[in-house]
Design a protein around this ligand. Sequence first.
Ligand code: MN
Length: 255
Amino acid sequence: MRILLTNDDGYHAPGLEVLEAIARQFSDDIWVCAPSEEQSGAGHALTLNRPVRLVKFAERRFAVTGTPTDSVVMALRQVLDDCPPDLILSGVNRGANLADDITYSGTVSAAIEGALAGVRSIALSQVHTPQSLASNAPFEAASEWGAKVLAPLIDTPLAARTLINVNFPPVAAADVKGIRVTRQGFHDYARGTVVEGKDPRGFKYYWFGLDPIEHTLDHGTDLEAIEEGFVSVTPLQLDLTHYSTIGVLAERFSG
Ligand code: MN
């Protein structure tokens, strides 16, 4: 089984090493093609207004001077053009990709690009709290639970244009309660704050912060599973159509 690894935290991110250790439990045919620099929050961006470069670090190991989506495109169309991967794994992201994080997420978007190309694709993220991030092994839950979560996902039949979003709770591996299949939750309020500052020349700048966001823990959501100490496994679809609204709008526009 050929596995392509990518992420949005960048080629040198610790989470990519964690992901490779998980992937090697399933195959030795591992390829890496990841952004050369951090691209968190890049969403599904595709670089169109400048060239991208492919940097080869070693056999089967590449970085791309672009977004996570660029990395998957380069991997599929250039690096692995005549030998496509059977599986794309994106992560392990440093931080949650839950609820409405999903459309901002470069990690999930790399998996979206894989799903669009017809390759089984799974995004993996390690949820963090300030405490878990400061611990000795901030990716411990992902390290220990990664293979357990992936094993059934590797051969479960998936519909076209779907992907899987996995999040690991911010606790020690021994404290993980188990694995839950969930739906996407939504935070209650718009995300983030805008912090204003002044640069060394006195000009204003603005920096988006990611303060903790309040949310109601709807039953069955990814947010609830993580809050209760479970690994969340959420199937996602690329068809964003809201079907019941089609009829409503069609009626409004008719005649
Ligand atoms: Mn990231």
